[in-house]
Ligand binder design. Structure first.
Ligand SMILES: [Cu+2]
Length: 166
């Protein structure tokens, strides 16, 4: 075969082979990266390592207003700025989910939040809730949690508001 014809073919083949190797290296580093992320997630879970809150992030109650008189069920609208909402269990940087603390339960913010009538998780990524409350005064506070239901560091919590249910 004429070398002038062969050379471009060889060059084309070499080019294909090296891009296949590059793709393989890319796949390997993606696998290594995923394995590293998974190991880090396991350690974070095992030792309850808090997730760092992005600077300037804020959690607040949009509604009801502070000191409002309302009827049950109360629609509570969650406010968030500086980070996003993701379903629980989904580890994506700068995301988490809301928790509503009703009537000031005692919670340990250094471990994942428990689930109770007073500590309600919104692990599907909800940004509002309809809450049934008995007549009388109640307090509401939001605590934003990471993928493993743990408060961020520093804690991202709303102001604790008092409302009156008629
Ligand atoms: Cu949670």
């Amino acid at each position: 075969m004429n070398m002038r014809r062969l050379c471009p073919l060889l060059l084309a083949f070499t080019g294909l082979a090296s891009s296949a190797i590059a793709a393989e290296n890319g796949t390997m580093s993606a696998i290594k990266e995923a394995a590293r992320a998974q190991a880090n997630a396991k350690m974070a879970e095992k030792f309850n390592l808090p997730t760092a809150a992005p600077a300037g992030a804020k959690v607040y109650i949009i509604s009801p207003a502070k000191d409002a008189t309302v009827t049950s069920p109360v629609t509570v609208v969650f406010g968030l700025s500086g980070l996003g909402v993701a379903p629980a269990g989904t580890q994506v940087a700068n995301t988490g989910h809301h928790h509503l603390l009703i009537d000031d339960p005692t919670v340990d913010l250094t471990v994942p939040l428990p689930t109770s009538e007073q500590v309600v998780h919104f692990g599907a990524g909800q940004t509002e809730a309809s809450v049934k409350l008995k007549p009388g005064k109640h307090t509401l506070q939001l605590v934003f949690g990471d993928w493993k239901h743990q408060a961020f560091n520093p804690t991202l919590a709303s102001e604790k508001i008092t409302i009156t249910v008629k």
